[in-house]
Write a protein that binds this ligand. Structure first.
Ligand code: IMP
Ligand code: MG
Length: 171
C-alpha cells in the first residue's frame, strides 16, 4: 500500500465549499442553473456543493476518461457518458475534481459548445498549475495544490475515493 500524507482535512474542504456555494448562489440567483458533474472524480464534491447551494438548480453528469490506471495523463479524452438534460438556454456550471494539464476541461468546453447553453463556467475543487498544457479558465476554484492526490472522490486506480480527507500519494 503506498504511503499517504494528509493535505486537506474534510473540515477545510467543507469550509471552502460553503464559501464557493455562497458565491455561486449569488451569481446564479434568478438564472436557470445546471450543475454538470464530471464523473467519476467529482461525484463527492458535487454532492456536497449542491447541498450547500441556496438556489434551485438541476444536476446532470458527463463521464470522460483521460487517465488509465496510472498517475500520468494519457493526453487523450474519451466520452463514455453524455449529458442527458437539454441544456438549451441554461446556465451550465461544470463541476470538476481537478484541473491538471487542462486537456480534459478544454475538451469538455468544446463538447459543451454544441449544447447551446446560455453560458458555461467551471468550478474545480483543485487547480494544479505545474503541468498545465491547455489554457483554461476556472471561474470557481477550491484550492491550488500539486502532487498526486487521492481521497474525497479522487482515485488512484479506482481506489481511495471513499476517504473523507485528501492525501498526497507517495509511491
Ligand atoms: P487533465 O486533463 O490533465 O487536466 O486531468 C484532469 C483529470 O485527471 C481530473 O479530472 C482527474 O480526474 C484526473 N487527475 C488529475 N490529477 C489527479 C490526481 O492528483 N489524483 C486523481 N486524479 C487526478
Ligand atoms: Mg476527473
Amino acid at each position: 500500500m503506498p504511503e499517504q500524507q494528509l493535505v486537506l482535512s474534510s473540515d477545510r474542504i467543507q469550509t471552502r465549499i460553503t464559501e464557493l456555494a455562497a458565491r455561486i448562489s449569488a451569481d446564479y440567483r434568478d438564472k436557470d442553473l445546471v450543475l454538470v458533474g464530471v464523473l467519476n472524480g467529482a461525484f463527492i464534491f458535487l454532492a456536497d456543493l449542491c447541498r450547500s447551494l441556496s438556489i434551485p438548480h438541476q444536476v446532470d453528469f458527463i463521464r470522460v476518461a483521460s487517465y488509465g490506471d496510472s498517475a500520468t495523463t494519457s493526453g487523450t479524452v474519451r466520452l463514455s457518458k453524455d449529458i442527458e438534460l437539454d441544456l438549451t438556454g441554461k446556465h451550465v456550471l461544470l463541476v470538476e475534481d481537478i484541473v491538471d494539464t487542462g486537456t480534459t476541461l478544454a475538451w469538455l468546453s468544446r463538447q459543451l459548445s454544441a449544447h447551446r447553453a446560455a453560458s458555461v463556467r467551471v468550478c474545480a475543487l483543485i487547480n494544479k498549475t505545474e503541468r498545465r498544457e491547455c489554457a483554461v479558465e476556472i471561474d470557481y476554484r477550491g484550492f491550488n495544490l500539486d502532487g498526486f492526490l487521492v481521497g474525497y472522490g479522487l482515485d488512484y486506480a479506482e481506489q481511495y475515493r471513499h476517504l473523507p480527507d485528501i492525501y498526497t500519494l507517495q509511491p
